[in-house]
Design a protein around this ligand. Structure first.
Ligand code: NAP
Length: 251
């Protein structure tokens, strides 16, 4: 049994989630590496963890679907006691103005980024909260600088979804603060992952980097360090707050 219990990382197979999964395993968590469709990427992460003597399983599941979330957490229960959740799974769609967005697109962006975070947090709270017989734990949500910048001409729907995550972090944190569960978020700026390919512009990161005071994109690992700190006992008195990892960009 891993010394820090089981950490569920949604979207733990690529980008920031993969960096969190690998670092969490090094820090003594057994890791549930959730993914939506790319099984090879997920198994690449779990193989690296297992090769170093850690514990991890890859679990497919769409976080926006309640049955899938139940499946993810049932797998976590089989691994051990759930002590943490990183609500990392997120997506956007191709760059678009608001008047060109379909209801289907908007609903999907909100379902994955917002509903998915609510459903996973609910499953985690049912296991970790002292109200439900648990012994406590921590949740970290992935916010985004987009909630402050708005994503004009590109992804206002995604930016609005991340605005919802800002409110969700505060509200859930206050709801469970007396129950041994801390809820915080990390707000990344421009991080070099495959996420940006979803907008349809392969040069997106290079184009935006000139607006960053530390003149480069951040790495997934640099975001993971902040997430792991919020999960750790060193953050025992921090809840309902946000760490911005943006290279100095004011977001
Ligand atoms: P990424 O490289 O595109 O990886 C996305 C991950 O989420 C993949 O593991 C993917 O799995 C998974 N995923 C997508 N939809 C899912 C669903 N419905 N259910 C379960 N898993 C799903 O993204 P990233 O850049 O690491 O971003 C991670 C988080 O940070 C997101 O919440 C994003 O909004 C946030 N963020 C990123 C940046 C940035 O600059 N990159 C900035 C601010 C905030 P599959 O491979 O199987 O599809």
């Amino acid at each position: 049994m891993a010394k820090n219990g089981v950490l569920v990382v949604t979207g733990g197979s690529r980008g920031i989630g993969a960096a969190v999964s690998l670092l969490a395993a090094e820090r003594g968590f057994a890791v549930v590496v959730n993914y939506a469709s790319n099984v090879a990427a997920a198994e690449h992460v779990t193989a690296q963890i297992l090769a170093k003597g850690g514990e991890a399983i890859a679990v497919r599941g769409d976080v926006s679907q309640r049955e899938d979330v139940e499946h993810i957490f049932a797998a976590a229960d089989r691994l051990g006691k759930v002590t943490g959740l990183v609500n990392n799974a997120g997506m956007t769609d191709r760059a678009s103005r608001v008047e060109d967005m379909t209801a289907e697109r908007i609903n999907r962006v909100l379902a994955v980024n917002v509903t998915g975070s609510f459903l996973c947090a609910a499953a985690a709270v049912k296991r970790m909260s002292t109200r439900h017989g648990g012994t406590g734990g921590a949740i970290v949500n992935l916010a985004s600088g987009a909630s402050k910048l708005g994503g004009p001409g590109t992804f206002v729907d995604y930016a609005a979804a991340k605005g919802a995550i800002d409110s969700f972090t505060i509200g859930l944190a206050l709801e469970v603060a007396g129950e041994g569960v801390r809820v915080n978020s990390v707000r990344p700026g421009l991080i070099d992952t495959e996420f940006h390919d979803l907008t349809g512009d392969p040069d997106r990161v290079a184009k935006l980097v000139s607006g960053v005071p530390i003149p480069r994109a951040g790495t997934a690992l640099e975001v993971a360090y902040a997430i792991l700190w919020l999960l750790s006992p060193e953050a025992a008195y921090s809840t309902g707050t946000t760490i911005t990892v943006s290279g100095g960009r004011a977001i």
